[in-house]
Write a protein that binds this ligand. Structure first.
Ligand code: SAM
Length: 268
């Protein structure tokens, strides 16, 4: 996979040289190039922002440097036909694991890190001629710039690229991979600060362990993210799952998961 990031703070992305993503880059699984937007500003001060038309607080990123930077990426001889341009923005579609999965299948991603009040809107319209353009939000809060969002997105997407995570099994059971949160995990020692690891995990009975973990997944998701439980397709639930959900305060009604009317507030 090829990734290009444009930012006025290229050093912000240095963290992507560490850990699994850094190793994937060194191993040639990911090619990641960071471009300094100011290299495409030609005045003495390398200005990339200006005052907003119509007034208001803050500054807006000028279209000129963005046009040049994105053209340089799109015109590179090894660029994809129509790369996906992701524009981090609190006004974008919210990033999630399903989106990470989809992005991990793309050959070429380009990230445009905004700062100040964001990028002149005409850049997005213009870019649509050469890129598939997608504004994406990390969540419903406002950051100072797109770099932190890009760090998160590149890590979430990059670890799904085949070969980046050593044991692909570990990706299968993770939180959000199947619409539920992951079960709790434990390691040695078996007793710590008077707290014992659940007995079933020490017994080696794989069927019982799988059932225990599934119950824990359902119970934890019910408490922490009841919205995810309500979105479960009951067709994928067996009798034991339905029992676990019942105990967590949910039931199946008319082909949907709903809160048990008698469960009060116990289910989150
Ligand atoms: N005025 C903008 C608005 O209200 O939508 C916010 C601008 S923010 C201060 C500056 C930059 O940070 C944005 O252009 C975007 O690149 C990035 N940013 C801020 N919050 C973000 C979020 N939740 N997700 C992704 N990027 C974000």
């Amino acid at each position: 996979m090829r990734i290009d990031v444009v930012s006025i703070f290229p050093e912000y992305l240095d963290a992507l040289g560490l850990s699994l993503i850094g190793k994937a880059r060194r191993d040639g699984l990911l090619r990641l190039d960071v471009h300094d937007l100011r290299a495409f500003a030609h005045d003495r001060h390398r200005t990339v922002d200006d005052t907003p038309y119509g007034g208001g607080a803050g500054m807006v990123m000028k279209p000129g440097p963005w046009g040049e930077a994105l053209s340089a990426i799109a015109d590179a001889p090894d660029a994809a036909e129509r790369p996906l341009l992701i524009v981090p923005s609190p006004a974008g579609a919210v990033f999630n694991q399903a989106m990470a999965q989809e992005l991990s299948t793309r050959g070429h991603l380009v990230f445009a890190c905004g700062r100040y009040e964001g990028i002149d809107e005409r850049v997005l319209e213009w870019a649509a001629e050469r890129f598939e353009v997608r504004p994406v939000s990390l969540g419903d809060y406002v950051l100072n710039g797109g770099e932190v969002a890009v760090l998160a997105m590149v890590e979430a997407v990059g670890r799904l690229v085949p070969g980046v995570v050593g044991n692909p099994e570990s990706l299968v059971e993770e939180s959000h991979s199947d619409g539920l949160l992951e079960y709790p995990v434990y390691t040695k020692p078996p007793v710590w600060e008077g707290r014992a690891v659940p007995e079933v995990l020490l017994g080696g009975n794989h069927g019982k362990i799988a059932r225990f973990r599934r119950n824990e997944q359902l119970a934890r998701t019910a408490v922490r993210r009841p919205d995810l439980v309500l979105a479960i397709d009951p067709a994928g639930l067996n009798r034991h799952d339905r029992d676990a959900l019942w105990h967590a305060g949910f039931m199946i009604d008319d082909g949907r998961v709903v809160r048990r009317p008698d469960a009060g507030d116990t289910a989150g």
